[in-house]
Design a protein around this ligand. Structure first.
Ligand code: BGC
Length: 790
């Protein structure tokens, strides 16, 4: 009996041991702390170094169609893990034994970017709504509406299983040729930051995160992985960081994405003064910082700088961080801090909360929102008695892109949508008759042209540009005879990885010019009108041809419902109310940054990997704070269309401008009454500019300090808008004193319908100069910068 018992003991022990081991491997061990049930400190204690390092480096990125060796090597253990959501941009590592799931990050600003098809499964699709691009959103100047769009994108992301949406993108439009301006909002930090905050608040109301990007001074694509931006402390603080600061004051993004470039010699992702002193201490950011994909060169410095998550994560990064911790070069305390931010993010995520996503977001409802936002952000640049097209029946529709509108830009900001409403379709939906033969010729030409195009240089350069179809005089004349009006679409692609070119993107190509002139002449000869629709992502030259158009509608790139949204405006179902959030100069050379854009190559790098490297380059922001209208209006350079400009089918009267006081104390209340003085209902965007005394510093002629949009005002209806001005709005950054200072003197409030069309003015004084917060001496230029001044 006794010996029998002894025989059983080892078997029981083996069973207990195996069970324990099983529990350990499968997170069932009750002795192990679990995320959510135990404190983050307890989790940190239980994590091995390898697990910690896994948590701060993403799980890689698997790009279909990209030959091996073109991206840095992933960890082979990660490569074996199937993707949770095909086509998402990346995800974090799980540590199952501690209850830490992997969360998914997905682009991007204009909609959820995931693969619409999963393998061979033909039973269902995963398309997303393509919403309008950033430049269009900013042109709505309507943060409430933009927030509604954010709510829709956030819902779509959540229902597809995404935890963090990689947007909004909010870099400043420093130069018109920047390839990603379409994703960004404006040349003005207040507009940019306010729009970004609206998206953040909308998306995050769903309980998923956002990542405001790219922090900071990431204003071109030229050699983007090794670009050193030389910029003054003042320009940085007043322009290139200010937009992020505004966004952080108005919203609490869960994450922020550092950029590719260096600022004054240090990669932003490795820049402790930027990510810690400025972002966490000065701007009170509490969330997680992630790198842009493959950004920076030194993983250990990134950790030290407070860049918590390295995306998409490579094997080399893991090795170097582990070694740095083991040799004491990277304090464990720092790594723990980074891991803590990752865990805090995971804790908030729908995945952690066990959210059962449906994979069936309400795409129909979101398409309606997309259409509404699109029509609200289109800008009517010119209208000489043509629009709305109320008596028109037959339309001769010219321009390749009329039949294939461009929904948005390419690269990570692109969205896989299930359909695209072209302009011919939109016009037909609005009961116009589009000339059938002309349409057939364009469609045939475009199809053939695309088939003949060489394959794109890489999966990242998918622009297919078929030259504008040639229309001869006879055809133009025949169309003018047979139709009531000509609508001519000019479309321009832009995208990530490459900047736009002056000759083909900013200026019209010769085939566009010739065809447009032929059409315009033929129609005008018969007393018929020509409407131009600009289907573009960034600023375009208009001065040389706008006299040949009777109306110009800047439609931007309005997402999948673009054709319907354009037709809504052409028909008058929607009264245009969009205004420019970026100046349209007469010529590219009028832009001050054109003198040193995009910068120079400083070192040619051999053996660079296609995706993750470029030559080294540098650029100096010699224009300083004089970006966009701050330059044009201060130096009296007349633009084609000014910042804040946009027409309506009605007119507005501004009156009764009142200030709460003529002597500024801590705050000022400004009210203005706007009345619809025309015949149709409409909305007006009202802009408040401030001209400050410049006793100590050079100051721009005026700066936008507040804006608002009226409700839809019926004819004769009025609305009073209220704005508040704080001491911070009066202040400029004085580098000599390392402080924001509001100078004593007389200030002018200018209420305008654009930055150049000022309707009312009022004055107030600040008795004594006031110094606001003092700032540490950080982010200083490496060299003297000869900045533009008045
Ligand atoms: C872009 C980011 C994007 C990331 C992930 C990078 O190339 O710069 O904006 O979020 O890729 O797709």
């Amino acid at each position: 009996m006794k010996s029998k018992f002894l025989y059983i003991i080892p078997i029981v022990l083996i069973i207990i041991f195996s069970f324990k081991k099983y529990n350990k491997d499968n997170a069932l061990d009750e002795n192990l702390p679990q995320l959510g049930q135990n404190s983050i400190d307890e989790i940190l204690q239980a994590l091995t170094i390898e697990e910690k390092v896994n948590l701060v480096t993403g799980m890689g990125m698997f790009i279909p169609g990209l030959p091996a060796g073109m991206i840095p090597e992933m960890d082979s253990t990660d490569a074996g893990i199937p993707e949770k959501i095909l086509g998402s941009a990346g995800r974090t590592h799980a540590v199952p034994r501690l209850g830490i799931p992997s969360i998914t990050l997905s682009d991007g600003p204009a909609g959820v970017r995931i693969s619409p098809i999963r393998g061979k499964d033909s039973t269902r699709t995963y398309y997303a709504t393509a919403f309008p691009i950033g430049t269009l959103l900013a042109s709505t100047w309507d943060t409430d509406l933009v927030k509604i769009m954010g709510i829709a994108i956030g819902n779509e992301a959540k229902e597809y299983g995404v935890d963090v949406l990689l947007g909004p993108a909010m870099n400043i439009h420093r130069n018109s040729l920047a390839g990603r301006n379409f994703e960004y909002y404006s040349e003005d930090p207040l507009v940019s930051g306010s729009m970004a905050a609206a998206i953040v608040n909308g998306v995050q109301s769903n309980g998923i995160g956002t990542s405001i990007k790219h922090f900071a001074a990431n204003n071109h694509e030229f050699n983007r992985f090794r670009m050193n931006v030389h910029v003054s402390e003042r320009a940085l603080r007043e322009i290139y960081l200010k937009n992020f600061q505004v966004a952080l004051q108005k919203s609490e993004p869960w994450t922020i994405m550092s950029s590719y470039n260096m600022i004054n010699g240090t990669y932003t992702s490795q820049n402790k003064p930027l990510l810690n002193t400025y972002l966490r201490q000065e701007s009170k950011f509490k969330g997680l910082v992630m790198t842009d994909w493959f950004a920076g060169k030194n993983a250990v410095e990134q950790m030290e700088a407070g860049n918590d998550l390295l995306m998409p994560g490579t094997k080399a990064q893991k090795i170097s961080i582990i070694e740095a911790v083991k040799t004491g070069k990277l304090p464990m305390k720092q790594l723990d801090e980074n891991v803590k931010h990752v865990l805090e993010l995971v804790l908030k995520s729908p995945t952690f909360k066990g959210y059962k996503y449906s994979e069936t977001p309400n795409l129909k409802q979101h398409a309606k929102i997309s259409r509404q936002v699109a029509s609200e952000g289109m800008v009517l640049l010119k209208n000489e008695g043509v629009l709305p097209m109320t008596t028109v029946k037959k339309v001769a529709l010219f321009g390749n892109n009329s039949y294939e509108l461009i929904a948005g830009g390419t690269g990570s900001g692109d969205v896989n949508k299930s359909y695209m409403i072209s302009l011919d379709k939109g016009l037909e939906n609005a009961n116009y008759t589009v000339h059938a033969n002309l349409a057939a010729s364009y469609k045939h030409y475009y199809k053939e042209g695309k088939a003949k195009l060489p394959p794109p240089a890489s999966p990242f350069h998918p622009h297919t540009v078929v030259p504008e179809m040639y229309v001869d005089v006879a055809l133009a004349q025949k169309m003018a005879l047979e139709n009531d009006i000509a609508v001519f679409t000019i479309g321009k692609h832009s995208g990530e990885f490459v900047d736009r070119t002056l000759d083909t993107d900013f200026n019209l190509t010769s085939s566009e010019k010739v065809t447009f002139e032929t059409v315009s002449k033929a129609f005008q000869a018969q007393g018929k009108k020509v409407v131009v629709v600009l289907n573009i992502g960034g600023v375009l030259e208009t001065a040389s041809w706008n006299d040949k158009a009777d109306a110009i509608l800047l439609a931007w790139q309005g997402g999948l419902e673009s054709g319907n949204a354009i037709a809504d405006i052409l028909k008058g179902n929607v009264n245009p109310s969009g205004k420019l959030a970026t100046t349209f100069p007469v010529a590219y050379t009028d832009e001050p940054s054109s003198k040193n854009y995009p910068g120079m190559v400083t070192e040619v790098i051999s053996n660079k990997m296609l995706l993750a490297d470029t030559d080294a380059a540098e650029v100096t922001y010699e224009e300083g704070i004089y970006v966009g209208y701050r330059y044009f209006n201060t130096f009296n350079v007349k633009p084609s269309y000014a910042f804040g400009y946009g027409l309506s089918y009605t007119t507005f009267i501004y009156d009764n401008l009142k200030l709460s006081s003529k002597a500024f104390k801590d705050n000022l209340k400004v009210t203005i009454t706007v009345t619809n003085s025309g015949k149709v209902a409409g909305k007006e965007i009202v802009q408040l500019y401030l001209s400050a005394p410049s006793s100590q510093l050079n100051k721009p002629e005026s700066e936008l300090k507040a804006f608002g949009k009226t409700k839809l005002l019926q004819p004769n209806e009025s609305q009073t808008l209220t704005f508040y001005i704080s001491t911070a709005d009066l202040a400029s950054f004085n580098p000599a004193k390392s402080a924001w200072i509001a100078d004593a003197g007389r200030y002018t409030i200018k209420i305008g319908s654009s930055s150049l069309n000022i309707k009312n003015k009022a004055f107030f004084t600040l008795q004594k100069s006031q110094q606001l917060s003092k700032t540490p001496k950080i982010l200083l230029p490496q060299k003297g910068i000869k900045e533009l001044s008045k």
